[in-house]
Design a protein around this ligand. Sequence first.
Ligand SMILES: NC(=O)c1ccc[n+]([C@@H]2O[C@H](COP(=O)([O-])OP(=O)(O)OC[C@H]3O[C@@H](n4cnc5c(N)ncnc54)[C@H](OP(=O)(O)O)[C@@H]3O)[C@@H](O)[C@H]2O)c1
Length: 330
Amino acid sequence: MKAIQLNAFGEADVLGLSDVEVPVPRDEEVLIRVSAAGVSFVDVRQRLGVYNQASTRVGGISFPHVPGSQAVGTVVALGPTANRALHGRKVVAHVRKGAYAEYLIAPGPDCVVVPDDADEAVLAAIPMQGLTAYCLLTASTVLKAGESILVHAAGGGVGSIAVQIAKIMGAGPVIATAATPEKRDYALAMGADFAIDYERPDWPSQVLQATGGRGVDVLLESIGGDVFERNFECLADFGRCVIFGSARGPGKPVEPRRLMTRCQSLAGFYLPVLYDDVERTSQGLQFLVDHVVAGNINVRIAEEIPLAEACRAHRMLEGREVIGAVVLRP
Ligand SMILES: NC(=O)c1ccc[n+]([C@@H]2O[C@H](COP(=O)([O-])OP(=O)(O)OC[C@H]3O[C@@H](n4cnc5c(N)ncnc54)[C@H](OP(=O)(O)O)[C@@H]3O)[C@@H](O)[C@H]2O)c1
């Protein structure tokens, strides 16, 4: 089969198309013929080798490596103890690796059956990016109805889904940030009540204005750099800031005692910690699929790209060109 295989860390052109053996499912695993695989910023960071640095304290990868952690496709073979009912069904899968390929092995319990006529491209952007958004708001903190929330980079995959989940949970106001007018329009179309340009130096005061001067109860932080410090200008008393990315680098060291005087909390989130928590991840994936099918969660597919051009998809994400998500089509 054709697969994108990584044999070294580096720029996007390390993502070469290779011929590899079709994998054989073992135990509870299933073999999925992939129809669409979602591309995420995590794939970019992994390709750059960021997760293989001791300083990140997170798990790395070994070569050769087929990237990709989210896909949609049809189950075509089963491991000896896999759930027989999955055979022939269209599923979404959240996996640790391997989705940039014509065939993918996934643990059966990590697959959720979807209707045959469901939008494959939209669902392909859901498993990893959607689970991140879902778990940020249900595990790292619990967003309550009526609470205000700030979602940074809401023009991207995780951010745009987080906006929609926050609305489903009854939060408000839901405030989005994004760097371009097109991305801000997209965040508003996804349900955000306000969309703010966080390249403008006065963005924290705009957040304060949108919350009647209180600041937000929950803040989803994936940017880092200069943005990290400024978050505290618009976090409410008892506000919870959840860190799950560092697109602009880590920023300055944190002084924990600054949290005390305003009763604030800082939490972290890293999806691989939940890899073995099948109950939570299955529940999250089912929630996401149900809401996509019901039309409450949508993802704009910026482009569907042939598998062989995975490097172009990565360049689009690195160039911050993508509004919504890009998916690969084998
Ligand atoms: N902790 C976890 O388990 C976990 C899981 C999934 C994702 N993540 C993180 O969550 C974030 C969003 O992931 P995603 O897949 O949704 O990404 P995405 O679709 O590529 O969106 C990322 C957004 O970040 C903003 N950004 C700011 N500075 C950037 C830079 N230097 N390079 C690229 N983008 C930049 C861009 O928005 P503007 O152009 O509007 O600034 C972009 O739309 C990433 O930081 C990713 O690493 C973490």
